[in-house]
Design a protein around this ligand. Structure first.
Ligand SMILES: Cc1cc2nc3c(=O)[nH]c(=O)nc-3n(C[C@H](O)[C@H](O)[C@H](O)COP(=O)(O)OP(=O)(O)OC[C@H]3O[C@@H](n4cnc5c(N)ncnc54)[C@H](O)[C@@H]3O)c2cc1C
Length: 323
């Protein structure tokens, strides 16, 4: 990542940081955070204490400093050269809550795991959020990705979203402001979501529990959820299932270095133990190339890829097939 060099940022900000209450870590290893357990370090990792702290920190940063929010990193490949950026990870203490606020509404901080929101909804007898039970991310990631499963998506139950922009200004957004579409919110990339209000319908707890059990059973029997993975690698193109295109192109079980297209669910990539982010990205682009040749369809990554390649290394989209 060219541009501002973040390596000395903490020194440059000096005493200004004395007002900050959250935790700042320099050269923070991202491989300890990502679900894939790969990736180089972030120049700075900031874990704000609360929304005011996040706002104060962002207002101190020169505008040229790149900032990336991350949640549980269950949908991320961070490249092996790391991130010359400030990575913001909201603390569980300040942003991990989930509370009932009316008969049919819950409010959750964006570090709250999706699973916790589903359990809270069950306890409150609020239906429509059971699908979160099987998604291993945070509410922040669910808002950015319009996370969904079992025919439901975040767009179907989120009502109000609170966020802080790159300059530290706070915003409140409606569902429509989020510009949700399949696995995406089109809202400004500048926004870091901090909390959200969810609304469902009054439902019997037995029915919610049954729906959650079905979600769990489906996952355990069809997805490699105990592996180091990132969930679905590619989005389903209109009219197709990504896994079927991958399968038809002969890529089930395809292995590059330590990375493999799961034999159990071939739209899931897995780190078999020693994979690098380079292996994972090369595998993904190899699959895209093979699918393009086999079916003429251009698969689109669902997994987000961030950061720099180590010098001398790169992976071209479709391995250069489209160039
Ligand atoms: C085993 C497995 C199963 C999965 N199954 C599903 C599934 O059924 N359905 C589904 O939709 N996904 C699924 N996923 C993918 C992933 O869990 C979701 O996309 C999840 O919503 C990502 O949340 P996260 O907190 O891990 O976000 P991250 O992976 O950390 O980040 C994803 C994106 O969200 C942004 N982001 C994160 N937090 C914030 C914030 N506070 N403010 C602004 N932007 C933010 C990041 O910048 C990044 O662009 C699965 C993943 C795994 C590993």
């Amino acid at each position: 990542m060219a541009g501002y060099n973040c390596t000395n940022l903490v020194e440059e900000l000096g005493d200004k940081l004395s007002v900050i209450r959250g935790r700042i870590t320099e050269n923070a290893p991202m491989s300890q955070i990502t679900w894939f357990r790969t990736g180089g370090p972030a120049a700075i990792l900031f874990q704000p204490a609360d929304e005011d702290d996040l706002s104060a920190f962002l207002s101190l940063l020169p505008q040229e400093v790149p900032v990336f929010p991350i949640g549980m990193a269950s949908n991320l490949i961070i490249r092996d050269g790391g991130l010359n950026a400030v990575v913001i990870r909201l603390s569980a203490k300040g942003f991990g809550f989930a509370n009932q606020i009316s008969d049919t509404e819950l409010v959750a901080g964006t570090a709250c795991p999706d699973k916790r929101l589903a359990v809270k909804a069950l306890e409150a007898g609020i239906g429509g959020m059971h699908f979160y039970h099987g998604i291993p991310g945070s509410i922040g990631g669910a808002l950015r990705m319009n996370a969904g499963a079992n025919g439901r998506e975040t767009v179907s139950c989120v009502k109000e979203i609170h966020a802080v922009d790159r300059s530290g200004t706070k915003h409140v957004l409606s569902n429509a402001d989020m510009d949700f579409s399949y696995r995406k919110s089109g809202s400004s990339r500048d926004l870091i979501f901090t909390k959200a209000v969810f609304e469902g319908e009054l439902t019997s707890k037995d029915d919610i529990q049954k729906a959650m059990d079905e979600v769990q059973h489906h996952r355990e029997t069809s997805q490699p959820i105990k592996e180091k993975t990132g969930g679905s690698t590619f989005k389903n193109p209109k009219g197709y299932s990504a896994w079927k295109l991958v399968d038809d192109a002969g890529c089930r079980g395809l292995t590059i270095g330590g990375a493999q297209m799961s034999p159990m669910h071939c739209n899931f990539m897995i780190n078999m133990g020693q994979a690098t982010s380079y292996d994972l990205e090369r595998l993904g682009e190899t699959v895209r190339q093979k699918v393009l040749i086999n079916s003429g369809v251009q698969l689109e990554w669902e997994i987000k890829r961030l950061g720099d390649f180590p010098s001398g290394q790169s992976v071209e989209p479709f391995l250069g097939q489209l160039l």
